[in-house]
Design a protein around this ligand. Structure first.
Ligand code: C5P
Length: 213
């Protein structure tokens, strides 16, 4: 099919284990990744989803690669991106991991527990830095000063478009977004179900990134 793109979507949260039973994670349901995948499939594109642990049922037409940690998500996303034309990074990877993971369950002592955390790799930034002729779309969840912060993220992560949303989107059915171009223009503002907003986002990706190529 002419104009068919192979699209990689990173979706859902990741987990960083402290010990065999406890982990750090982010609030993310995978719903937006699911809706974006469906919108891309409906336009005739081929979709691979690298996903952390979620409950949502992804479209059966998509290829799903399951991962748990941010490091696993990066490894899988780098491998899958090699065969793709573009990336939609909608996952909420856990940004910190414990310096050491206990092999046995950490026992309670009645005292405070100090955790030493270090940053995990940034998946979109890593793929963006090596994207070549491929395109990258990032998401930014901001609580304040959202446009300025999103622009800074777009540059740092080498994205071609950035979708900005507020915290009210977490685990919710509806969402409200702004789509920013690389030059900082607001291309669109959308509000509604994650399905309808995803269709709108895919139309912009189609026009600005896929048909242009
Ligand atoms: O820096 P922040 O997490 O706000 O950036 C959001 C964007 O970066 C999202 O597209 C998210 O999927 C991506 N990201 C990532 N790897 C991380 C952190 C964020 O790909 N470790």
């Amino acid at each position: 099919m002419i104009g068919m793109a192979r699209i990689l979507i990173t979706s859902g949260p990741t987990r960083q284990y402290l010990d065999p039973v406890r982990y750090l994670t982010n609030a993310s349901s995978g719903r937006m990744g699911c809706a974006l995948a469906q919108a891309a499939i409906d336009l005739g594109h081929e979709v691979t989803i690298v996903s952390g642990p979620v409950q949502v049922p992804y479209p059966p037409q998509a290829r799903i690669v399951d991962v748990v940690s941010t490091e696993e998500m990066l490894t899988a996303a780098e491998r899958e991106f090699a065969d793709c034309d573009g990336l939609i990074g909608v996952a909420a990877p856990c940004d910190y991991r414990p310096v050491r993971v206990a092999t046995d369950k950490i026992a309670k002592t009645g005292q405070p527990l100090v955790l030493h955390l270090i940053e995990t790799p940034d998946i979109v930034a890593t793929l963006g830095a090596n994207k070549g002729t491929r395109w990258c779309v990032g998401f930014a969840l901001e609580t304040d000063d959202h446009r300025l912060r999103a622009l800074a993220k777009m540059q740092k992560k080498c994205c071609d478009l950035m979708v900005v949303n507020g915290t009210e989107a977490m685990h919710a059915v509806d969402t409200r977004v702004e789509v920013l171009s690389a030059s900082g223009d607001v291309l669109d503002r959308m509000e509604g179900s994650k399905e309808s907003v995803s269709r709108g986002i895919l139309q912009i990706i189609q026009r600005v990134l896929i048909e242009k190529g």
